[in-house]
Design a protein around this ligand. Structure first.
Ligand code: ACM
Length: 683
């Protein structure tokens, strides 16, 4: 009898242990604020109830999303005690203060999810789908979750190359999966106007079309606009119906579309279609609107009126970046405006336009966002700054009580190389792998009061060099996942190697759902020279720079010891390990401290023509025993020609010589520009 009892107890224990261990966190991106894991799973089966207590729109949004289990779930009016997913919008959820937050309780018998808004409930549903990982079993766990930032955005440039509405909708689905809530569309730029404006048909009959199709051929070639429908015309635009469809599609996924209408610069296409709005009234000549001309305001206000009718977004992006301001000092109307308004320079003139446009936009109950140049000449009173030239603009905005959206180029510009450049399609910006994006924290270094004004973070994809939909997806994913997690998750909970594993899984999800994501699992990684310091005769020795060829302070790589510290640069000259020299070339002398036998002297250089970084045309290596008389031991000549992408070249000598002083000189080719080197290696 006793034996039978023991067998029964044993069986019960085995049954108790039969709840499978689960790893709920492994699939979640962004990582939630808090999660308690249990054992076992809730399994969605045919007949599992789905009860959503929420207004109809929100109920529909969640039902649509959980359509992944469509043939199993049956909608119910009341939550059942078992085998039910019960989701509810309620007044308050414990532990949550953000309206986008939610709480989920998963047991083996059912799921309860609560939020205070439709967005929160939608994110709870996204979390359930991520937990299920494409299947129908949801690990037992309880989650309380809410975002760090209210603005978690992605920007897509649809001007340099145009992408149709179905593609935009596809991207909305993906970023919503990762709980992002803004899609900023860069709708207008020199390369093409992309939104139908009823009052100005030439914008879409002409300014939306160009020849040839590929931006770099067009930009470095004719820069010609052509009539819609003419032979070879490339371009396109969203009709107002397309915009309504995109906006509604996004809203159903709790994403706000932020339209950007560029002003006063980046407007060559407008000023060719409507040349009377430029200072010189000549087509094809100007990029900046005439700020003195009242017609400029009439045009911009009419355009913005139609834009605001189409986009319910509280924020309207009015550009503001990179104005050349070249025609304004010579334009009688601009000069008159400056006098009348007591404006002291062209920055204040630009600021006049931004202030005036802000007033107009505010009068319609909306707010403006501008790139950080809108700080120049005085920030408009209610403007939000989008910080792209680093973080300084955003920080300055918060110091004066303005909101900022952080999108610094060094972390958030997704048109840069995401892996070793030689393994990648040509990109615009330097090496910026997932890890670099993930290392960004938008509130770093800010006081609490300032940090509160950081509205959020955004990843930007400019598409000068990205002509196809496949490439757009390749550049966005998975790096936008790092932006999603920076925007949502607590920085204290962030760990790159753990994030990377989840990102690799998310790439699988993206690929399974038809996105052309970069294959993170096969990442090549950093330049191998940069991984380990090198030992050589010159390391730690004294270096003298010729007064004619100093290193540039901005790219000092640590100063006078940078080229003999054993540390090598990576795939980008921006990593503070490459020392930069502009125009004067390089002329440095290393003192080895005593006469040494020398068998090699060499240095690496890089070339990336877009930012004006070139290989040297000539390197001369010389030795001396007394630093007075040098003898040349090698001259290396290279024919420097413009090319695409990034390349590296070692300029060195091998042989057998003696000397104490090693002089290394590098000269620019006809292009002049920058030289970058990371270490002079002497062996
Ligand atoms: C920008 O990248 N010009 C905002």
């Amino acid at each position: 009898m006793k034996k039978l009892f023991l067998v029964l107890v044993g069986l019960l224990l085995i049954r108790a242990c039969a709840h499978e261990q689960n790893d709920a966190t492994g699939n979640l991106l962004p990582v939630p604020k808090s999660i308690q894991q249990g054992n076992g799973f809730f399994t969605v089966t045919k007949g599992t109830g789905l009860c959503i207590s929420a207004p109809e729109n929100d109920r529909n949004a969640v039902t649509r999303l959980l359509g992944a289990w469509e043939d199993m779930l049956s909608l119910t009016e009341k939550p059942a005690d078992a085998d039910c997913i019960a989701m509810e919008i309620c007044e308050k959820v414990d532990g949550i203060s953000s309206p986008e937050g939610y709480a989920i309780e998963v047991t083996e018998d059912g799921i309860k999810a609560k939020a205070t808004s439709g967005a929160g409930l939608f994110y709870a549903a996204q979390t359930l789908l991520q937990l299920a990982d494409g299947g129908n079993r949801i690990p037992v766990c309880s989650i309380t979750d809410e975002p760090q930032f209210g603005y978690r955005g992605m920007m897509l440039d649809v001007s340099r190359h145009f992408f149709g509405k179905e593609f935009i909708k596809k991207q909305i689905d993906a970023i919503a999966h990762f709980k992002m809530n803004r899609l900023h569309l860069h709708l207008t730029d020199a390369a093409g106007w992309r939104i139908e404006i009823k009052k100005y048909p030439r914008l879409t009959d002409f300014a939306a079309w160009r020849k040839p199709a590929i931006w770099k051929d067009w930009w470095f070639g004719s820069r010609e606009y052509v009539e819609k429908g003419s032979e070879g015309a490339y371009g396109g635009y969203y009709t107002q119906d397309d915009i309504r469809e995109i906006v509604a599609y996004a809203a159903e996924r709790y994403i706000t579309i932020i339209p950007e209408i560029e002003m006063p610069a980046h407007s060559e296409e407008v000023l060719t279609a409507y040349p009377e709005l430029s200072c010189t009234h000549e087509p094809y000549k100007q990029a900046d609107f005439c700020i003195g001309n009242e017609k400029t305001y009439e045009f911009l206000e009419n355009v913005l009126t139609e834009v605001m009718e189409l986009f319910p977004s509280e924020y309207i992006h009015i550009g503001g970046d990179e104005a050349g301001k070249a025609s304004w000092p010579h334009c009688p109307l601009c000069q008159k405006r400056m006098k009348e308004e007591n404006l002291s320079d062209v920055n204040e003139l630009q600021s006049y336009l931004i202030h005036r446009i802000e007033k107009f936009v505010n009068s319609k109950g909306r707010q403006i966002i501008g790139w950080d140049e809108i700080l120049d000449g005085g920030l408009a009173p209610n403007a939000t700054v989008m910080s792209w030239r680093g973080t300084e603009g955003g920080i300055a905005a918060t110091e004066s009580g303005h909101k900022a959206i952080m999108t610094p180029g060094g972390y958030c510009y997704l048109d840069s190389y995401q892996d070793a450049p030689h393994t990648q399609p040509m990109a615009f910006g330097p090496y910026m792998p997932l890890e670099k994006v993930y290392s960004y924290n938008p509130t770093d270094g800010l006081k609490e009061e300032q940090a509160k004004l950081i509205y959020g973070v955004q990843g930007n994809l400019w598409v000068e060099y990205i002509p196809t939909e496949e490439l757009v997806e390749y550049m966005i994913y998975p790096r936008i996942l790092a932006i999603a997690e920076i925007g949502w998750s607590n920085p204290a909970a962030r760990d790159y190697s753990e994030f990377r594993q989840r990102a690799v899984k998310s790439v699988e999800w993206l690929k399974a759902n038809g996105y052309n994501a970069f294959d993170l699992a096969k990442e090549f990684g950093q330049r191998k020279e940069a991984l380990t310091p090198s030992e050589h005769l010159a390391k730690g020795k004294n270096v003298a720079y010729s007064a004619n060829a100093p290193f540039n302070d901005r790219y000092n790589a640590g100063g006078e010891t940078a080229l003999v510290d054993g540390i090598h640069g990576g795939w980008t000259y921006l990593d503070e390990k490459w020392q930069g020299f502009i125009k004067g070339g390089i002329d440095i002398t290393i003192d080895l401290g005593e006469e040494r036998e020398i068998s090699s002297v060499s240095a690496d250089f890089m070339q990336m023509c877009i930012p004006d970084v070139w290989l040297p045309a000539k390197v001369t290596i010389s030795l001396s025993s007394d630093s007075a008389e040098f003898r040349d031991i090698a001259t290396i000549v290279h024919n420097v020609v413009r090319d695409e992408g990034l390349s590296f070249k070692n300029y060195g000598w091998n042989g057998k010589e003696k000397g104490r002083y090693v002089r290394y000189r590098a000269e620019c080719g006809p292009q002049r520009g920058w030289l970058f080197t990371d270490e002079i290696i002497v062996k």
